[in-house]
Each structure stands twice: as structure tokens, then as C-alpha cells.
Design a protein around this ligand. Structure first.
Ligand code: AMP
Length: 431
């Protein structure tokens, strides 16, 4: 019997994994400069945590969660997202007593039983960040978005488009939702099955329907911008002004409502090229009531986002940004040095030399068994090695090694010090 990975789940193999490392490393660096620290969260939580926060009626909770009964008969779910866990941890550890805003970032796998396609998987990865604290100042929203755009710029993601919206708060949204529902009831028969159901459960979600037949109807529906209360209107205007101060270009999209219940006021989404229909690489927004909903202090506000790492990597690959980069994380496959040794005495010298080379940061491939010269050098070539360093009886006797540049076969005999400086120069020709 041959095993296969489960449908919708995949392996991330080298060399693609090097690009993943570069993306995650860059996120850590950029988020670090904005004062965010990493939180590592559990992969599973009580099912109720997600039902309460993401929302019982959302697709994520009602159809897509991997839930199971634990041996003590409690219901547990693999996390479909991580904001709920961050908030749970914030409350559990009394982080509201920490000075200033609590700024956390996370990365890791999420699980949703969706229909798999390009850019949509059942185990996928997110890199996210959250700001929790007493302030809901629009400057926080704008800075969080600035941090995201800085990351994308640093990764050379081209063609990213930022969409923003405000979906109001508990003062103004309920009245808007009722108005929307009333309008939707009138056109009920022209709607698809999902939207018909959502008239009852979640009329806002009708707005992000992609169903062709509904587009004309949706365009005529009342828009939230005209129904925001004074506070929400001012907040949204200030978020836009603050984005402007940061030179961030955005598009307003009144239909951007997001599929999770906890969002309020600012919502945003970023799309990227090369992804087909699943073109959102990041979604986020403000969730001021969530901490209270989960049993924490009512004064704590929150905002955050989650980047779909799989899609970000895909988009970078499509744009050719997966080529070799400086630094070990993004290094192209293939060792700096293939250390070919011949004879027992040479093996012992080679083991020592390999250690010194690796300590100096070179990637070294040391054959575990002795091979014939031709076979050994052939393997060096096939592995994509940049140099072969040859240690045989002659070299040992003379206290030197032979170094061969595999791109053009240029070869010379050098002492160990010389070898190190030769390899360093080869790595950084500018220096
Ligand atoms: P959400 O948590 O639904 O707000 O999604 C945030 C981001 O995660 C999206 O913009 C996608 O980039 C990514 N994402 C969500 N679901 C999936 C999935 N099933 N497969 C791959 N990426 C996903």
C-alpha cells in the first residue's frame, strides 16, 4: 500500500521551502521593527472558542471546521484561524495590564475543509499580527496596514492592491443590516441558494457573492457608507487620511465585508496577481467587541490581519521572485563545496576541513563513502556544487588541497588559508 497526502493538504519541498523561509524571516524582521513580538499558539482549541468569535453561522464554523470529540467528550477543533486564539491568550494571561498596546504576530498552519483548488487548501498557512489595547485610534489601523505594505514591498511583491472599507459598529450596523435584509427579501427569487439562506443568517455576506446572476442586484443595494454613524464615519475618514500621510494607495470597496463575524469598522483586503480566482493574499480588520465577547475587558479594542502564506509564495513564484537570494534562508540549492576525498587518511583530513568550512558558514557536501574520482566529481556536478575541493594522497603529502571551479573547470592548488579567502571572494565577488 502506497500512502498519499490527504486531499487538500500538501508537502512544501525544497527549493520552494527556501522561499517560504525567506518570506517568514522577512515578516519577522519587518514586524519586529514595528514593535511586534511573536506569539506561538496551539493548533487546537475548544470548538466553542471559534463558534463564539468567528460566528456560528459563518461558513468557516458551520461547514469547514475539523472538529472532533476528545476522549473526555469535550469538542475540540483544529484552528481555522488564529485571531480567536490570540484573544484567548490575551485574556488568559491578563495582558491588559501590560503597558501600551499589545502587539503580537504569529505564523503557522490553519485548517478549513474547503473545496481544494489553486491557492485554496485544507491545511494552509497564515502569517498574522494583532494589536490589542485600550485605544481604537485610526492611526493604529493605518500603521498596521503600513506594516503589511512594507512587508510586501520588502518581498518585492508587485501589483498588490489594497482594498478598504468600513462596516460600521454596533450602533449603526444593525440598522443597516435590517435595511439590507428588507431589500434582499424583495429580490429573493432572483438570488442563488447561498444568498437566499444568508438573508436570514448573514445578509452582509451577500455583498461579497461572486455569483454572476447576482451582480446587477447587488450593485443596487443600499451601501454601508451612507449608513455609518457619526463616530464610524469620522473614524473611517481619519484612517484614510492617515493612510495618505503614509503614502499608501488604496481602493475603497463598499462590498468588502469579510467572512468572519467579529469584524467592525475598518476592514481591508489585499489582492495580488498570478493567483486566478483566489487572489486575496491578506485580509484583516478591526474587532473591537471581540475581547469582551470572549470574557475579557470591555475596554480592550483590537485590529489585525492574516496573510495567506501559500498565496503570497505563489504570487512571488509567478513573478519570478523565487530566484536565489542572498543569505542562507533564500540560498539556491547546491553546496558551495563538494569535498571529494580519496583514501582513509584523506577522509580524516576532509572531516576536519568540512567542520572548519561549515563553521565559517560554507555549505559543504562531504561524501560518506569513498567513490571513484570520476563518479565523485560527476555527483558534485549533478548536485549543483559551485566548487569541488579535492583531498587525495598527493594533496595530503604537500599540505594543500585542489580546488576546482565547476562552472568552467578552472583548477588550482592552495593551502587552507588561501582556500578560505578564495571561496569568500567567489561568494562575494564585489568585495
Ligand atoms: P481569512 O482568515 O478568511 O480572513 O483569510 C485571510 C487570508 O488567508 C486570505 O486572504 C487568504 O490569503 C488566506 N486563506 C484563507 N483560506 C485559505 C485556504 N483555504 N487556502 C489558502 N489560503 C487561504
Amino acid at each position: 500500500m502506497k500512502f498519499q497526502a490527504i486531499k487538500g493538504v500538501r508537502d512544501i519541498l525544497p527549493p520552494e521551502s527556501a522561499l517560504w523561509n525567506r518570506v517568514e524571516q522577512t515578516a519577522r524582521e519587518v514586524f519586529g521593527t514595528f514593535g511586534f513580538a511573536e506569539i506561538r499558539l496551539p493548533i487546537f482549541e475548544q470548538t466553542d472558542l471559534f463558534a463564539r468569535s468567528v460566528g456560528q453561522e459563518t461558513d468557516i464554523v458551520s461547514k469547514e471546521m475539523y472538529s472532533f470529540e476528545d476522549r473526555d467528550e469535550t469538542s475540540i477543533s483544529l484552528r481555522p484561524e488564529a485571531t480567536a486564539s490570540v484573544v484567548r491568550a490575551y485574556i488568559q494571561h491578563g495582558m491588559q495590564t501590560l503597558p501600551g498596546n499589545v502587539k503580537l504576530h504569529y505564523m503557522g498552519p490553519m485548517f478549513r475543509r474547503e473545496r481544494p483548488q489553486k491557492g485554496r487548501y485544507r491545511q494552509f498557512y497564515q502569517i498574522g499580527a494583532e494589536v490589542l489595547g485600550a485605544s481604537d485610534a485610526p492611526g493604529i489601523d493605518a500603521e498596521v496596514i503600513e506594516m503589511l505594505m512594507t512587508l510586501f514591498e520588502r518581498l518585492k511583491l508587485k501589483g498588490a492592491v489594497l482594498n478598504i472599507n468600513s462596516i460600521g459598529d454596533k450602533n449603526c450596523r444593525p440598522a443597516y443590516v435590517e435595511k439590507l435584509r428588507a431589500e434582499l427579501v424583495k429580490v429573493r427569487e432572483q438570488l442563488g441558494e447561498d444568498s437566499k439562506r444568508r438573508i436570514e443568517t448573514n445578509p452582509l455576506r451577500v455583498l461579497d457573492s461572486k455569483l454572476e446572476q447576482e451582480q446587477g442586484i447587488i450593485e443596487k443595494l443600499p451601501r454601508i457608507a451612507e449608513h455609518l454613524c457619526e463616530n464610524c464615519r469620522e473614524h473611517y475618514a481619519e484612517v484614510k487620511r492617515q493612510l495618505g500621510l503614509r503614502g499608501i494607495v488604496y481602493q475603497e470597496n463598499w462590498r468588502l465585508v469579510r467572512g468572519l463575524d467579529y469584524y467592525m469598522r475598518t476592514t481591508f483586503e489585499i489582492t495580488a496577481p498570478g493567483l486566478g480566482s483566489q487572489n486575496a493574499v491578506c485580509g484583516g480588520g478591526r474587532y473591537d467587541g471581540l475581547v469582551e465577547l470572549l470574557g475579557g475587558p470591555a475596554t480592550t479594542k483590537g485590529i489585525g490581519f492574516a496573510i495567506g502564506t501559500d498565496r503570497l509564495v505563489l504570487s512571488l513564484q509567478e513573478a519570478g521572485e523565487d530566484a536565489a537570494q542572498d543569505g542562507p534562508a533564500g540560498k539556491a540549492a547546491g553546496p558551495d563545496v563538494y569535498l571529494a576525498w580519496f583514501g582513509a587518511a584523506a577522509q580524516s583530513a576532509a572531516i576536519g576541513l568540512a567542520k572548519r568550512l561549515r563553521d565559517a558558514g560554507f555549505v559543504v557536501e562531504l561524501p560518506a563513502v569513498e567513490m571513484k574520482f570520476g563518479k565523485s566529481l560527476g555527483l558534485a556536478d549533478r548536485l549543483g556544487s559551485r566548487h569541488a575541493v579535492i583531498v587525495g594522497d598527493d594533496e595530503l603529502a604537500a599540505g594543500i588541497v585542489t580546488v576546482k571551479r565547476l562552472s568552467d573547470g578552472a583548477q588550482q592548488k592552495v593551502g587552507e588559508q588561501e582556500l578560505f579567502s578564495y571561496l569568500r571572494t567567489a561568494q562575494n565577488p564585489g568585495i
